[in-house]
Design a binder for this molecule. Structure first.
Ligand SMILES: Cc1ncc(C[n+]2csc(CCOP(=O)(O)OP(=O)(O)O)c2C)c(N)n1
Ligand SMILES: [Mg+2]
Length: 286
């Protein structure tokens, strides 16, 4: 397979020139092609934001949900059709702001999905207000005197909650980001991948160059099964680590609900047992 197998014709892309979304779109197509995941076997669920438009721009099954709601929809899609590769995808505002609560419970539930967050540290679509990951003191179109809230640290939160797979990447390194995404997608369970990217229109502080100079990769000595060490790395601030912080192999939501213990065919293709459903409803009506 090749990345062009995901190309769509005659699309009108609304991103600004130089946006990190273009690179991430390319990275995603190449990653899926290299993993031999066909468009028909893929579902990319997104919320609201410039980054959430990504699945409009390549061939895949998609569901453009309400703001911040991609994760629960993706969880349901995977549960009813585990044969699909399911991605919940969106921006830092959408996923950590409006959808932050869902991430916490997805970590607990552990569906076998990959959660990709385009982290440009700003609300791009709505023209430059602070997002949950905007750094302290940064002046924005709305926070004209600078942000007074502590930034949200998705990596630390995920490790603290014992998530199944926790990683961070930077779109400036195409090969490394693909490598991290391949591992995240192949991992069984909820995998969160926070991806730094530039927003040249609305984030003049955390530019492409800024991310390059203020990040470094965890080296081979980092043991991703060591939760305490992973947490220590996640709260570093001088330079922000990139790579796979933490892996915790455990049962997925689909395994825990036992829907596929006996029958393997996806729930969405099974005959509906109307009698049983009706009996259940009747039993609750008394
Ligand atoms: C309930 C609700 N609240 C707020 C908005 C306005 N809104 C739309 S997108 C967005 C944030 C987008 O930021 P992010 O997810 O970081 O995406 P980006 O555009 O930066 O890629 C906001 C606040 C909305 N559409 N609906
Ligand atoms: Mg954003």
């Amino acid at each position: 397979m090749e990345a062009k197998d995901f190309d769509l014709q005659n699309i009108d892309i609304s991103w600004c020139p130089g946006c990190g979304n273009f690179t991430l779109l390319r990275i995603l197509k190449e990653t899926f092609a290299e993993l031999e995941i066909k468009p028909e076997n893929l579902a990319v669920i997104s919320g609201i934001g410039q980054s959430s438009k990504t699945p409009h721009y390549f061939k895949t099954n998609t569901f453009h949900t309400l703001h911040g709601r991609a994760v629960p929809i993706a969880t349901a899609v995977k549960a009813i059709n585990p044969n699909l590769t399911v991605i919940a995808e969106g921006g830092d505002g959408d996923m950590y702001g409006e959808g932050g609560n869902h991430i916490i419970h997805a970590i607990r539930r552990n569906p076998n999905i990959t959660n990709i967050i385009h982290n440009n540290m700003v609300y791009g679509l709505t023209k430059g207000q602070a997002s949950p990951t905007t750094m302290l003191g940064v002046k924005t179109t709305l926070q004209v005197d600078g942000v007074i809230l502590e930034p949200f640290n998705p990596i630390a939160i995920a490790i603290a909650l014992n998530a199944s797979f926790v990683a961070r990447a930077f779109v400036g390194d195409i090969d490394k980001t693909k490598e991290i995404l391949k591992k995240a997608i192949s991992h069984k369970g909820y995998a969160i991948v926070d991806i730094f990217q530039q927003c040249p229109s609305f984030n003049k502080i955390n530019t492409f160059e800024w991310f390059k100079h203020n990040t470094y990769y965890l080296d081979d000595k980092h043991d991703p099964y060591d939760r305490i060490e992973a947490f220590k790395r996640s709260i570093e601030t001088e330079k922000l680590p990139l790579g796979i912080f933490y892996i915790n192999n455990k049962k997925s939501f689909e395994e825990n609900i036992g829907l596929y213990d006996e029958k393997k065919d996806p729930l969405c293709f099974r005959e509906r047992e109307q009698d049983k459903i009706q009996k259940f409803i009747d039993s609750r009506m008394r």
